[in-house]
Write a protein that binds this ligand. Structure first.
Ligand code: PSU
Ligand code: MN
Length: 307
């Protein structure tokens, strides 16, 4: 907290002081991951879902160079609606602050800021990971390296199939990020319930995730992240045939348009939204709301333990 000039929203500050459950939320899905105008509506629904499950939402982002943990509704609206909001990973935070930028925080930046603020649970949709051409482009999300050194539990639905899922799991192992399936031993593929890879561990309840966090804190050994992979029920996943078609077309367009770097993920997400006529958006929203609910229940269980 001493390294950044961070403003805590009043409600978040009160909850942290009183050791009540708080769930961190990212803003990149709002500014760059979901299309307007649905993004603002969904951002508010995510916060409401966290509240309904008994925790305080702390959406993190940057407004005019000010890093905020617990954006208020006007700030959330601004990040969802104005043009020119930067996508901020951890390395960008200080530069964006010093130049007075508006910015949305990725999983990496949100995790780092949340942990610094004393928040232990974070809900998102999908994690960044290893891109399919990474062997040539070296394009691997900073989400992975950041989670290796950030003590936070991230609830997600795996990573999108736009990435190399197998390579992402290998990198998570190398980096020492623990991965547990929530009521499954198969790694979810975001839009799809099952990405085709086995997991070593599965947990059955929010209380059990809280037990994992308590054991880790008690051992004092592992400073890194815990990924809680929460799959969609199979009857709620995107139609696999539509998914495969859309992915193939999106990857071809990516190459045709020469898109690289941090523009890759938003480009492919936008392609999915338009090419599936909203079907992928509906699935995306379901995923985020389910993860927000589970994260809140984990935060509640962890607060009950009192450690
Ligand atoms: N995956 C998604 N939707 C998203 C993102 C990832 O399914 O919106 C966002 C998250 O904020 C994630 C970031 O941290 O993209 C990863 O971007 P990059 O690959 O440039 O690291
Ligand atoms: Mn990248």
């Amino acid at each position: 907290m001493n390294n950044f000039h961070v403003r805590l929203g009043t409600e978040v500050a009160d909850a942290l002081r009183e050791h009540r459950p708080v769930v961190a939320l990212e803003s990149t899905i709002v500014s760059h991951g979901l299309p307007r105008p649905d993004n603002l509506r969904v951002a508010r629904e995510i916060e409401q879902t966290v509240r309904d499950a008994g925790a305080v939402p702390a959406t993190i982002g940057m407004v005019s160079g000010q890093l905020v943990v617990g954006l208020d509704d006007a700030e959330l609206t601004r990040l969802a609606t104005v043009d020119g909001v930067s996508k901020l990973s951890v390395r960008d935070l200080a530069v964006a602050a010093a130049t007075g930028a508006d910015g949305a925080t990725t999983v990496a930046a949100t995790s780092a800021v949340a942990a610094a603020a004393g928040i232990g649970v974070f809900a998102t949709g999908g994690l960044g990971g290893v891109h399919r051409e990474a062997a040539h482009t070296f394009d691997e999300s900073a989400d992975l390296g950041t989670l290796a050194r950030t003590p936070i539990a991230v609830v997600c639905a795996g990573v999108k199939s736009i990435l190399d899922v197998g390579a992402t799991l290998e990198r998570l192992e190398t980096l020492g990020v623990a991965v547990v399936g929530y009521r499954t031993r198969r790694f979810p593929g975001f839009y799809l319930t099952d990405a085709g890879f086995d997991l070593d561990w599965s947990v059955d309840s929010p209380e059990q995730v809280a037990d994992v966090l308590a054991a880790r804190a008690g051992h004092g050994v592992h400073p890194g992240g815990l990924l809680v992979a929460n799959p969609l029920p199979i009857d709620e996943q995107l139609d696999p045939a539509l998914h495969d078609r859309t992915l193939t077309e999106g990857l071809a367009r990516l190459e045709r348009d020469g898109v690289t770097g941090k523009a890759v993920t938003p480009y492919l997400l936008a392609h999915f939204h338009s090419a599936t006529a909203g079907a992928s958006l509906a699935v995306n929203v379901r995923i985020i709301l389910r993860n927000a609910d589970l994260a809140a229940r984990i935060a509640v269980a962890a607060a009950r333990r009192g450690d």
